[in-house]
Design a protein around this ligand. Structure first.
Ligand SMILES: N[C@@H](Cc1ccccc1)C(=O)O
Length: 477
């Protein structure tokens, strides 16, 4: 029995005079936790030196509702006692417990209902459930009904008893050497060689240890952090902005006409609040009406100030770009925002009413459409997508516009957002003449592809199994 650890030996020595003991007593004798004592006992059991018995006891306690009924009787009993022999259904239904109690009264056969009158059948013995309600104990036949009615709660308590086997006793009687073992060696012990005399604790390399699940960054947050890192590496600064925007910023400042379908209630979350117009709003109005002082003709028609003042949950992060340009009108500007946006979407595996967008702008003299494609390609390459292509797109605020797509094995080309060069209708009201490249990309989609998910909802539901299995490391570059 050379491979018994000191702890196992100590356990046997403590157990031998008792023959049999609860894990709690053994833990006290060994000055350790009950869990550890059970572990040592199990190791002894593996060597045939002890036997471990797992005992589980079930106890029941009353819920607050159960307590209430123990005192005053089950609802059906209370109703039963509230009238003499017969009662009209109308009066019966007026009883405060009627909603719970009437069904049970009938089911238990205590009343018979004919022509709108409930009449006692004369039989209403105390049921098993009522007996169990007084003092619920394991094995009572009324417990199941009380559990179903949520009047009692079940608790399971597990305890362990350990008994020494004849082989264990023989070993203790033959005498066990209780020399302290060491599990760690100090620098000195190694240098001086005194480790040779130390009694080293044996480890079993076959027994799998209990898995631990340390806290770690959420897989989606890791990708968001990585996106931000990539943009910062590419020389962008981060812009911040509000989730609640006026329709003026979310739509009008982006030259989205007031009758644009995306502005409608079924697509956008409107709030019951308004925001006053910002300085310079009249130039946006004029742009919509007639193109202001530019070569544009605008949309024509009418433009309603009240429509623009309504607040919405931002439907995209693009309003932040306009706001940033207004406060940073001088080139060069390279800025990004990564934040949540809201749309009234029916929920399915690839659509959610909230998701994350990565917004970006580059303003500088001489930047062109080719720079835009270059930025997007570079970004996706750095995020691990090697093949990128662009399809023509349309947005009211950009011209030309594109929709970037990336190639994903097994899925084909996946659309990931929109991009373009801001139209003069967007920039001119604020006196900006330098070209501005702009894009808004879906980040949850990227995360889904990178994490190999089939359902976007996985990113937002706290699925503990998935979180535990997700590696806590960054992607290999
Ligand atoms: N805002 C657009 C994306 C976009 C942003 C900037 C320029 C062009 C397109 C969207 O939400 O789909």
């Amino acid at each position: 029995m050379a491979d018994l650890t000191l702890n196992e030996k100590k356990l046997l020595v403590a157990l031998a005079p008792l023959g049999e003991a609860g894990a709690g007593d053994l833990a006290a004798a060994l000055e350790t936790t009950e869990e550890a004592a059970v572990q040592y006992a199990n190791l002894c059991a593996e060597h045939g030196l002890a036997a471990v018995e797992r005992l589980s006891t079930t106890t029941y306690t009353l819920t607050p509702e159960g307590e209430e009924y123990r005192e005053h009787g089950l609802p059906e009993r209370q109703i039963y006692e509230s009238f003499a022999d017969a009662i009209s259904m109308k009066d019966l239904q007026a009883h405060p417990l009627s909603r719970i109690g009437i069904g049970w009264l009938r089911k238990k056969g205590w009343v018979a209902i004919t022509k709108g009158v409930a009449e006692k059948t004369g039989e209403a013995p105390a049921g098993e459930d009522e007996i169990a309600l007084v003092d619920p104990k394991d094995g009572m036949s009324g417990i199941a009904d009380l559990l179903k009615r949520n009047l009692v709660e079940e608790h399971e308590a597990v305890s362990y008893r350990v008994a020494i086997t004849p082989a264990g006793r023989a070993l203790v009687e033959a005498g066990l050497d209780l020399v302290e073992e060491t599990g760690t060696l100090s620098r000195e012990e190694i240098i001086t060689g005194s480790w040779r005399e130390a009694k080293l604790r044996r480890y079993s390399l076959e027994t799998p240890p209990k898995r631990v699940y340390p806290g770690k960054v959420h897989p989606y947050q890791r990708i968001i952090d990585e996106v931000k890192r990539v943009l910062l590496d590419m020389g962008f600064v981060e812009m911040q902005g509000e989730i609640v925007q006026s329709a003026f910023w979310d739509f009008d400042a982006l030259f989205q006409p007031q009758d644009h379908p995306a502005r409608e209630m079924q697509d956008t979350f409107y709030l019951d609040q308004t925001e006053p117009m910002p300085e310079g709003w009249e130039r946006v109005r004029d742009m919509h009406l007639c193109g202001g002082e530019t070569t544009s003709t605008g949309w024509g028609g009418v433009w309603d100030e009240e429509v623009a003042q309504k607040c919405v949950l931002r439907t995209h992060t693009t309003p932040l770009s306009v706001q940033y340009l207004i406060s940073h009108p001088k080139p060069p500007v390279k800025a990004f925002a990564l934040g949540r946006v809201y749309r009234r979407e029916a929920i399915d595996p690839t659509h959610l009413p909230e998701f994350e967008q990565l917004e970006g702008i580059v303003m500088d003299d001489g930047v062109s459409f080719r720079h835009l494609l270059g930025f997007l390609k570079e970004f996706y390459n750095r995020m691990g997508f090697d093949e990128v292509r662009f399809r023509p797109g349309y947005f009211p605020y950009t011209e030309p516009s594109v929709e970037p797509e990336v190639w994903v094995d097994g899925l084909g080309w996946v659309e990931l957002g929109g991009a373009g060069i801001f139209r003069q209708e967007v920039t001119a009201p604020w006196g900006i003449e330098t070209p501005v490249l702009a894009w808004g990309l879906g980040i949850s989609r990227i995360a889904m592809l990178r994490l190999g998910l089939k359902d976007l909802r996985q990113l937002y539901r706290s699925d503990i199994e998935w979180l535990r299995e997700s590696p806590a490391i960054r992607r290999q570059e």
